[in-house]
Every structure is written in structure tokens, then in C-alpha cells.
Design a protein. Structure first.
Length: 345
């Protein structure tokens, strides 16, 4: 009897070991490294930060109060946190180089802008009569939102900063009150737009010479095929056999979050994303005291949303097969809790 029990235990251990190292179902050319879900966070933070800035400009009459220096700290805090998580993976030199370049350039941009806004910017604000925004301030809010809407889908260096500069100087003639504030804003906006036009072209050339064009879709292995939906029409079935599962592709980047939430809401589970069944990173916006309910979910770190007191960004890691279940659970908690982003590989 002891021999039979030992044999069963040995067989179970062998089976679990084989399952742990089983070949992914995802086609080889559709797989990406398991570390990339972590490394995409600092990249996406540079979407979250401009989004917070655009939102701030939408209601604040004091643009100089936006916490640019604190956002620099949050970027590097996030990068350090994900670096600790990926030490077990092979070093991804190309991705780290990209993060360092965008992080360093953003640090320089935010530092110069922060110094300017805390000095000349505040003096310019002081010259404005009343709390009504001048035309250039309203333009800055629209430009900031247009930029955020663009970079949710496309690389920042593809944004047409030159067209924004042309709009600034052609659609807003200098006349009326608050001329000191208007000229100060024109100077700040013109300097920013010219610098980003030039730097964007340089980064575009460097990026195209170093990196291959990224794939616009991610391969996923799902528990079942979703029902056709014209709003989510970019789901494409992969050819081949996937056992009891279904292979498909869905859009990457911002759309990946929308499609993940839709699949989860329809009771469809993820088995693999880009060949990975380990941890996937998700950020959630919630109150300061929120915590995930599932033991399978780890909180990597949390960051305050500085312009929204009482709110924090919780950056979580969870196994890919748990993703849909956790997205559904978070969605059912409260209207004040929302999934900010699912970080594709």
C-alpha cells in the first residue's frame, strides 16, 4: 500500500512538473517575454501622467500647481519596483534602453517645466485678472488632451506638434485683456512645441533604426470564442488546434484593456497572453484603503494620484488564468474603483 501511495505521489509530482514546463499553446512567432508586462508600466506611466495633467488643466485655474517634480519621482519609483520583479528573467537590454531614454528625457522636460512654472509661470498667473482662463490657457488644455488621446494608441513622437504650434499662432490673435499672461503662455507653449517637434523627429529616426515595427496585436489563448460584436470586431481567430481552448488575436496598447474587460464580462477566461501564463500586471484606481480580495493577486506598489486626494494607483500582479476573474471582481466592487490598464506583454 505504501508503494502504491508513493507511486501515485511521484506520478503527481511528475505530472505537475511537466505541466509547469509545458510548451505554450501560442504560436512561436506570437510569443513575447514574460518580463514585458512589468516593463510596460513605466512606459505607460508616461501616458497616465500626461492624462492626469490634461485632466488638471480642465478644471484648474493655476497650471503652475501641477506636481511635476512628484511625477518624476513616481516614474522612477515604478521603474525600480518592476526591475525588482524581473530579476529572475533574462536581461531585456533593448527595453531597458527605451525606458531609460524616455525616463531621462521626461525627467529633463518635467524639471525644466517645473522650474519655469514655479517662477515665471506663477508670476504670469499673478498678472491675470480674475479666474477666467486666457485663450492660450484654454488652448493648452485642449492640446494636452489631444496629445493624451493620441499617445494612448500611437507613439508620442508621431504626434503633430508642428500643427499645434500653427494653431496657437493662427487661431489666437493677440488682443484683449491680460496681455502679459497671454504672451507668457505663448512663450512657454511655443518653446515646448518647437522642442518636441525637433526631439520627436530625432527619436523617430533612432527608433526606426534600432527597433522593428511592433506588432499591433497580441495572441491570446481563450477558454472559448467570444460571440461576434461589432464594437469589438478586431478579434481574429488563429488557425490551428489549441485543445479545448481557442486561439485569437486582439489589439494591443490601450485597446487591450477594453478587450480584456469585454472578454471577462462575457465569462471568457485567458489561458495565455503572448505565450505567457505567469503574472500579468494590472493597475487599479481606488481609494487609499482599498486592497485586492484574492490571495492570487499581489500588490507590487501603490502611488497617490496627487491631484485627486484620497485616490491611489494600485499596481497588481496576477496569474494570467486569474485575469478575467479578477477583472470581474474589481468591476463589481464599487463605481469609485476602476481598472486603469491591463499591461500587455
Amino acid at each position: 500500500m505504501r508503494r502504491i501511495t508513493a507511486f501515485i505521489l511521484a506520478a503527481a509530482l511528475l505530472w505537475s512538473s511537466m505541466a509547469a514546463f509545458a510548451e505554450p499553446l501560442t504560436p512561436l512567432d506570437q510569443r513575447r517575454g514574460a518580463d514585458q508586462t512589468f516593463l510596460t508600466f513605466p512606459e505607460w506611466y508616461l501616458v497616465h501622467s500626461p492624462a492626469e495633467y490634461a485632466h488638471f488643466l480642465g478644471y484648474s485655474t493655476h497650471p503652475s500647481e501641477f506636481p511635476l517634480f512628484a511625477h518624476i519621482g513616481q516614474f522612477w519609483q515604478g521603474y525600480a519596483a518592476v526591475c525588482r520583479e524581473i530579476q529572475k528573467f533574462p536581461f531585456n537590454g533593448g527595453y531597458h534602453l527605451m525606458v531609460m531614454v524616455i525616463g531621462t528625457s521626461t525627467t529633463l522636460e518635467y524639471s525644466l517645466k517645473g522650474i519655469y512654472e514655479h517662477t515665471i509661470g506663477r508670476l504670469g498667473e499673478a498678472t491675470r485678472s480674475g479666474i477666467t482662463l486666457v485663450p492660450e490657457e484654454r488652448f493648452a488644455g485642449r492640446y494636452a488632451q489631444a496629445y493624451v488621446d493620441f499617445i494612448r494608441i500611437d507613439p508620442w513622437y508621431m504626434f503633430d506638434f508642428a500643427a499645434q504650434l500653427k494653431t496657437l499662432w493662427s487661431d489666437f490673435p493677440i488682443q484683449g485683456p491680460n496681455l502679459l499672461r497671454r504672451w507668457e503662455r505663448r512663450f512657454a507653449l511655443t518653446s515646448e512645441l518647437v522642442a518636441k517637434t525637433i526631439y520627436g523627429k530625432l527619436i523617430k529616426l533612432a527608433t526606426h533604426s534600432i527597433y522593428d515595427a511592433p506588432k499591433p496585436v497580441s495572441a491570446v489563448i481563450l477558454s472559448k470564442a467570444p460571440q461576434p460584436n461589432p464594437i469589438y470586431s478586431e478579434v481574429k481567430t488563429l488557425p490551428g488546434s489549441f485543445g479545448n481552448a481557442v486561439g485569437a488575436t486582439i489589439p494591443r496598447y490601450e485597446a487591450f484593456t477594453r478587450y480584456s474587460l469585454w472578454l471577462a464580462a462575457n465569462g471568457i477566461e485567458f489561458k495565455e497572453i503572448a505565450g505567457n501564463s505567469g503574472d500579468v500586471v494590472v493597475s487599479v484606481l481606488a481609494g487609499n484603503n482599498w486592497s485586492p480580495q484574492a490571495n492570487a493577486v499581489r500588490v507590487l506598489f501603490a502611488q497617490p494620484i496627487i491631484t485627486q486626494p484620497g485616490r491611489r494607483r494600485f499596481v497588481l500582479a496576477m496569474p494570467v488564468p486569474e485575469l478575467s476573474n479578477q477583472l470581474r471582481a474589481i468591476g463589481q466592487e464599487s463605481n469609485s474603483i476602476s481598472v486603469e490598464h491591463v499591461y500587455d506583454f
